[in-house]
Design a protein around this ligand. Structure first.
Ligand SMILES: O=P(O)(O)O[C@H]1O[C@H](CO)[C@@H](O)[C@H]1O
Ligand SMILES: Nc1nc2[nH]cnc2c(=O)[nH]1
Length: 267
């Protein structure tokens, strides 16, 4: 049973470096999800391509609830993910790794919770308001930093991610506003993915890879081609970082993530 899962974002479509890979189709109340399960250093690791293997699913159409529920069904406790981002912070340049510690949600049409009360399509028919002060697991963030340091990779230990609806990129005015609000990087997929993991008391962290400067900061037209090309250039480093992080993840969970529902339902 895999305790750890990796969600690969744009440019990270295969569970390279895993061995003995099998594929499972996990049925969830939100639909079926194909998950790959392999081994790394004798430990079972689950892998999920966020956009599907051929990048066939755009950010606003991803079935985030099915994805996270599927990993929960498999017994996953810890989720590491990648996020390709634009940078609003000149210190965070293309090719840099950012270990996210904060996020802001500007998405509009997504499904944000598992807890729809009586309408929930499962037996958790209650209302829950989870604490999200710290949206990322401190233990997973530390593990990512330890691995990046060991590998000698340039990384930023904190970063605030603004999640936009997409699928278009931003206007110059939107980036100007996000900068005033304190965003360092911008993407389209951390919300509701991170919050849904917290709602199932799973640990979640994301390493953002800066693929471009954001609209109005970059002198060039923004293209998904540039995003995928940069991710391809960083592919080996990203896989090394993710695999090297595994050994730094404590077996015992001492983080607040595991108790997220305590006090959230008013019980
Ligand atoms: O966040 P990931 O899945 O890395 O994808 C990023 O890349 C796409 C834009 O090129 C958007 O979907 C953005 O969110
Ligand atoms: N929203 C958004 N997502 C990205 N992913 C990679 N670059 C960008 C960007 O500039 N904006």
């Amino acid at each position: 049973m895999p305790r750890i899962a990796i969600i690969g974002g744009s440019g990270v479509y295969d569970p390279a470096l895993l061995t003995n890979i099998r594929e499972e189709t996990v049925k969830t109340p939100y639909g079926s999800v194909r998950v790959k399960i392999g081994e790394y250093n004798g430990e079972e690791i689950a892998f999920l391509a966020r956009h599907g293997e051929g990048h066939s699913v755009p950010p606003h159409k991803i079935n985030y609830r099915a994805n996270i529920w599927a990993l929960y069904e498999l017994g996953v406790e810890r989720i590491l993910s990648t996020s390709a981002v634009g940078s609003l912070n000149l210190d965070m340049k293309p090719g840099d790794f950012v270990i996210l510690d904060q996020l802001m949600d500007f998405t509009k049409t997504r499904h944000y919770t598992f807890y729809d009360g009586e309408e929930s399509p499962h037996d958790r028919k209650f209302v829950a308001h989870v604490d999200f002060t710290e949206p990322y697991c401190p233990e997973l963030r530390k593990a990512l930093m330890n691995a990046a340091r060991e590998l000698g990779f340039t990384y930023h230990p904190t970063g605030t991610y603004a999640c936009m609806e997409g699928p278009r990129f931003e206007t110059r005015a939107e980036i100007r506003a996000l900068k005033i609000l304190g965003a360092d990087v911008v993407g389209m997929t951390q919300c509701p993915e991170a919050a849904l993991a917290r709602e199932l008391e799973m640990c979640y962290a994301s390493v953002a890879i800066v693929t471009n400067y954001a609209a109005g900061i970059s002198p060039n037209k923004l293209t998904h081609t540039e995003v995928v090309e940069l991710m391809a250039q960083k592919s080996n480093e990203i896989k090394l970082l993710l695999m090297n992080t595994i050994k730094y993840i404590p077996k015992e969970r001492r983080c607040p993530c595991k108790d997220a529902l305590k006090g959230a339902t008013g019980e």
